[in-house]
Design a protein around this ligand. Structure first.
Ligand SMILES: *[C@@H]1O[C@H](CO)[C@@H](O)[C@H](O)[C@H]1NC(C)=O
Ligand SMILES: *[C@@H]1O[C@H](CO)[C@@H](O)[C@H](O)[C@H]1NC(C)=O
Ligand SMILES: *[C@@H]1O[C@H](CO)[C@@H](O)[C@H](O)[C@H]1NC(C)=O
Ligand SMILES: *[C@@H]1O[C@H](CO)[C@@H](O)[C@H](O)[C@H]1NC(C)=O
Ligand SMILES: *[C@@H]1O[C@H](CO)[C@@H](O)[C@H](O)[C@H]1NC(C)=O
Length: 454
């Protein structure tokens, strides 16, 4: 097992395609939540006010809004709950491991002859390093308890709302609204607290589908919170205009139920990202970023990324007009590129999603042409050293401290040619396009938990 310093706790975050995250009918939530029917279609059942209610009654409108809020909260809750459940399992394992080490130490100190002096010292050092973790583990268990409490509150609230349906008017709406607001705020801070960490591992690849050419890009919406389950598919790396929209991950796997969008401006590279219902991409033969809104099928804004190289001047190691890579993480929208004045080293800019203005820029010092791909998790850019077999995550740049370190995080590059690699903060998965295969990876994050002593 790894030894780590007192303030760090290794926590497993494993995501899964988002349809599976929503509550199942057996849990009794189905009236507020999306669930899957027998064909795997995503259904969303909304409880309408009773038939005899006048729809223009402001109270019934307020009630519907409250229900929608609770529906949203319960969806976030399920995601959080699934994560913490897994995290807690990990914590429990770590804890029992520590107890084993501690037990061995006791045996050894009572019967010193069972262990040679070198082994004894090693064991002692190990325990000394593990002990400060105990309060962190306790803290973690408290967090998990808090989530259980929050979950119960959501259940209670949704029960109250269900009752109201039957006896409209008997409740104080203002009080209910306050309860929902409070719950929302607490849930938000809870998610932020448990949300972020440092990448320490990548799972085995999960091949979702084999389709398209060697180069391409696929993804789901990256904004938190969002209940948008559609899958976006962009095959090819230059001068294309066609974007496919699949209704769900299941439809994507089966290659069914899709519609097509034809972009007004062609794209360059595979660095596109879908964020809050819009596709952000690099316009062919320019350093212009385009924001295309899917629902209205229109370009909302386009703006030049000042100084950014384009047209295969500064691509990743695999070429393919990959000069400008757009991505989103827990902190928002980012562009990864380089300029002549940065001598071809990777530059990160945080973008304002409505106007595409650059909010802040960091120079990582890492040569872009020596990077296979890069992706952002919790404000940290991770860079691979190749797009070919044997690639690993080799470099990390922390925007929070403007510092970097070399890393050595292996992953299995199964089809030996990665032309896209992006983190989805909603699902906590890496989306990759590998030689005509659409592949996912789970990630392991090292979580920082502040204890009262620091
Ligand atoms: C629920 O979430 C959806 C999608 O994120 C959002 O459009 C809607 O405004 C939310 N509703 C409420 C009442 O917060
Ligand atoms: C939920 O409702 C039950 C029964 O009314 C109550 O005992 C419990 O304290 C409530 N939980 C929360 C967190 O409000
Ligand atoms: C910066 O972010 C990384 C992970 O993204 C985290 O491990 C580190 O503790 C953060 N540093 C500070 C000073 O917040
Ligand atoms: C998401 O889009 C909606 C409109 O479609 C907008 O009102 C909202 O501010 C956007 N949120 C973010 C974080 O960009
Ligand atoms: C892009 O590169 C191609 C070939 O390298 C060249 O013919 C073309 O003029 C360039 N376009 C721009 C806008 O720089």
């Amino acid at each position: 097992m790894h030894l780590f310093s007192a303030m760090f706790l290794l926590v497993m975050f494993a995501g899964m395609p988002s349809e599976a995250l929503y509550p199942s009918p057996e849990e009794g939530w189905q009236i507020y939540s999306s669930a899957q029917d027998a064909d795997g279609k995503c259904i969303c059942t909304v409880v309408a006010p009773a038939q005899n209610m006048c729809n223009r009654d402001p109270r019934s409108r307020q009630l519907r809004q409250l229900m929608e809020k609770v529906q949203n909260i319960s969806q976030s809750m399920e995601v959080l709950d699934l994560r913490t459940y897994r995290d807690l399992e990990y914590v429990k394992n770590t804890e029992s491991l520590m107890k084993v080490v501690d037990g061995k130490l006791k045996v050894a100190s009572e019967n010193p002859r069972s262990l040679n002096p070198k082994g004894f010292q090693e064991l002692k050092d190990k325990v000394a390093q593990l002990l400060p973790l105990l309060p962190v583990l306790d803290q973690y268990k408290n967090d998990a308890k808090m989530i259980l409490r929050l979950r119960e509150e959501v259940r209670n609230l949704s029960l109250v709302l269900m009752n109201i349906q039957e006896e409209m008017g008997a409740y104080d709406y203002e009080e209910l609204r306050q309860r929902v607001l409070l719950l929302e705020t607490r849930l938000h801070s809870c998610m932020q607290k448990l949300g972020c960490g440092k990448l320490t591992g990548v799972s085995n690849p999960i091949t979702v589908r084999a389709s398209g050419s060697r180069f391409g890009c696929w993804m789901t919406d990256t904004m938190i919170p969002s209940s948008d389950n559609r899958v976006w598919y962009v095959d090819g790396y230059f001068k294309g205009r066609r974007v496919l929209e699949y209704r769900t991950m299941n439809d994507f796997v089966k290659g069914q139920n899709f519609v097509q969008h034809s972009l007004q401006h062609p794209w360059a590279g595979t660095g596109h990202v879908v964020y809050n219902g819009s596709l952000y991409y690099n316009k062919y033969q320019s350093n212009i970023i385009v924001k295309y809104h899917f629902r209205s099928r229109s370009v909302l804004v386009q703006r030049s990324l000042s100084g950014a190289g384009y047209n295969n001047t500064f691509p990743y190691s695999w070429g393919g007009y990959s000069d400008i890579d757009l991505m989103a993480d827990e902190n928002g929208l980012w562009a990864v590129y380089t300029t002549i004045s940065n001598a071809g080293n990777i530059v990160i800019s945080r973008l304002e999603p409505q106007t595409l203005e650059v909010l802040q820029t960091w120079d990582t010092g890492y040569p872009k042409r020596s990077a296979g791909e890069s992706f952002m998790i919790c404000g940290t850019l991770y860079v691979t050293n190749s797009h070919l077999a044997g690639a690993k995550i080799y470099f990390a740049y922390y925007t929070n401290t403007s510092s970097y370190e070399y890393t050595d995080i292996p992953f299995h590059n199964q089809y030996s040619h990665i032309s896209m690699m992006d983190y989805n903060p909603r699902e906590r998965m890496l989306y990759t396009w590998n030689n005509g295969h659409q592949v996912l990876y789970h990630v392991t994050l090292f979580q920082v938990i502040k204890t009262s002593g620091d």
